[in-house]
Design a protein around this ligand. Structure first.
Ligand code: TPP
Length: 557
């Protein structure tokens, strides 16, 4: 039933205030920013609003923090940037949100309307600049259309395949008088699921001998994870998860089969390809989870496939499954969970074939490395010591391949990182998670290359009382690229060597607790000490370059 709707009052207010009311009504309670003179009225309106403002040190940090906040809350992440250089600095987060299907809103100031089109100071046409990066880029040229434009942008960011939107607002528009925001508007409902389709999917899941469920990022929220667990266990169907979505389901459960990230060994793909039914839910089946569109084989999969996705245009891009269901994937799983059979079908041989690979790679290799601490030892210690609702934020680089072998996402442990593989998410992401969940352990794994991109957001952690524990894997190299180099141009090192500061002293200069970890024998003790710190802690791990990856060494690439 619709509630009673009173027509909007005819009062007017400055556009910046009406904008803040609208953002708050859409569930946004935090904004990350780097300030600029182009949006002063908005900064001012935030003072008296329920939206908390977190000032950052670089727009990429603000953008990554907003992205992580969207991951943590599954509500739109918001960041505010100044025109021109501010907006272009923030573009890395826009690109990441697009690839990660995360709802992100970037509001940027713009030159005043009477200067538009005259190449005024720092002027950029954001609609052109972000046309390819964002799901939608718009500019509010008419104050009367401010609220409808912003409401539309948020709907675009959060519907179908979620994504980033860019809203440019000329500085004089913020000060125009507009009608007050009517908070009764904007009710939303999820995409429903057709009951006949559901019954068919349930029947097929029961009948299949070797079904495989592939779950993606759009399922990764509290309701989605709960429904997914009921479906996986109720139908006894093994689960493979999309890249960096390991926290979708307990990794130590026999029905957890694989993470479909980069470099899956061909032997494992061969086993997965033995499936006789694929049910892909909430993944856009891009090139990463599908191993370059080879599993499932594109465009027509080798086995019957059912694809559940909320956006027909995205779902139809490559694959022609037997059955495509355009629906909200969480609503779909919840409805499917109501149809589980009395007993899950037994598939011991199929489950065992999937488990044998995981068992093999999870055997801990205690051999110390000759040129530094193997980062695998640190990740294994974190697995032993982190709380069951801890959050592990991973930056991009080979140091985090160890999480696939030695870190079990179980209980309420969460993972955060970009599927887009952008370097720099680690520090601001950890700050955002720690601000959102001050009681939980928030640990970040960050390479020496990544940490000097956005590491200055440690200052933001200090300023706002966030308490992330940062483990820096320092192998003196942009190691991932060095590994590629070693494969393609053996022995020829170019552009990948790094000369680093003493990261413990660097962290201490911000006021964080700081540790140096250079000896394999002290890994457990240093991890324990760092985790016990109340505020932020930096652990400078002098890691092995030779054993930089969980799956390769530098000399055996
Ligand atoms: C913003 C950005 N720039 C460049 C790259 C390419 N890239 C991927 S991994 C990597 C090296 C990361 O180095 P580091 O943080 O030291 O981790 P390691 O690879 O040594 O484990 C680079 C340069 C990227 N993914 N993102």
């Amino acid at each position: 039933m619709f509630g009673e709707h009173k027509p909007p009052a005819s009062t007017t207010m400055p556009a910046a205030r009406a904008l803040v009311d609208l953002l708050a009504a859409r569930g946004i309670d935090r904004a990350f920013c780097v300030p600029g003179e182009s949006y002063l009225p908005l900064l001012d309106a935030l003072i008296d609003s329920p939206i908390e403002l977190v000032v950052c040190r670089h727009e990429s940090g603000a953008g990554f923090a907003a992205l992580a906040d969207a991951q943590a809350t599954r509500r739109p992440g918001l960041f505010l940037v100044s025109r021109g250089p501010g907006a272009t600095n923030g573009s890395i987060a826009i690109h990441s949100a697009m690839h990660d299907a995360l709802p992100l809103v970037m509001i940027c100031g713009q030159v005043a309307r009477d200067e538009l089109g005259r190449h005024a100071f720092q002027e950029v046409d954001y609609r052109q600049t972000f046309a390819d990066l964002a799901k939608w880029a718009t500019q509010v040229d008419d104050p009367g259309k401010l609220l409808e434009t912003v409401a539309r942008a948020i709907d675009i960011a959060t519907s179908g395949r979620p994504g980033p939107v860019v809203i440019s607002i000329p500085e004089d528009v913020f000060e125009a008088m507009v009608p007050a925001f009517d908070s009764a508007t904007g009710a939303r409902a999820g995409l429903a699921v057709d009951p006949d389709t559901l019954c068919e999917v349930a029947a097929r899941l029961v009948a299949a001998e070797r079904p495989l469920l592939i779950a993606g990022t759009l399922v990764n929220n509290e309701r989605g994870r709960a429904a997914l667990a009921r479906v996986v266990r109720g139908f006894g169907v093994p689960l493979a998860v999309e890249f960096r979505q390991q926290d979708l389901f307990p990794n130590d459960d026999p029905l957890y089969a694989a993470q479909l990230g980069f470099k899956i060994p061909p032997a494992q793909i061969e086993v997965l390809a033995g499936a006789d039914l694929l049910l892909a839910v909430g993944t856009d089946l891009g090139d990463v989870p599908t191993q370059g569109f080879t599993f499932p084989c594109a465009p027509v999969p080798a086995q019957p496939m059912i694809h559940v996705y909320p956006d027909a245009e995205v779902a139809a891009r490559v694959y022609q499954p037997q059955l495509r269901c355009i629906a909200d994937p969480v609503v779909f799983l919840e409805a499917l969970a109501a149809l589980v059979p009395a007993q899950p079908p037994a598939r011991p041989a199929w489950i065992e074939s999937l488990q044998s690979y995981l068992r093999r790679i999870r055997v801990f290799d205690p051999t110390p490395a000759a040129d530094g601490v193997s980062f695998g030892h640190v990740v294994a210690a974190l697995d032993r010591q982190m709380q069951d609702d801890g959050v592990l934020v991973v930056d991009s680089g080979n140091f985090n391949t160890w999480t696939q072998r030695y870190f079990m996402f179980r209980g309420a442990r969460r993972m955060s990182g970009t599927m887009a593989g952008a370097m720099g998410m680690g520090m601001p992401g950890a700050v955002a998670w720690s601000l959102r969940f001050p009681q939980r352990q928030v640990v970040a794994l960050i390479g020496d290359g990544c940490v000097l991109m956005t590491g200055n957001e440690l200052a933001t952690a200090m300023q706002y009382g966030a308490s992330p524990k940062i483990f820096i894997a320092d192998n003196g190299s942009y190691g991932t690229i060095r590994l590629h180099q070693e494969k393609r141009f053996p022995g020829r090192v170019s552009g990948t060597r790094l000369s680093n500061p003493d990261f413990a002293r660097w962290g201490a200069s911000f006021g964080a607790a700081a540790f140096t970890l250079a000896d394999t024998d002290t890994v457990d003790a240093v991890v324990a000490e760092a985790l016990a710190i109340k505020g932020p802690a930096i652990v400078h791990v002098r890691t092995s370059l030779q054993r930089l990856s969980a799956f390769h060494t530098m000399s055996t690439t």
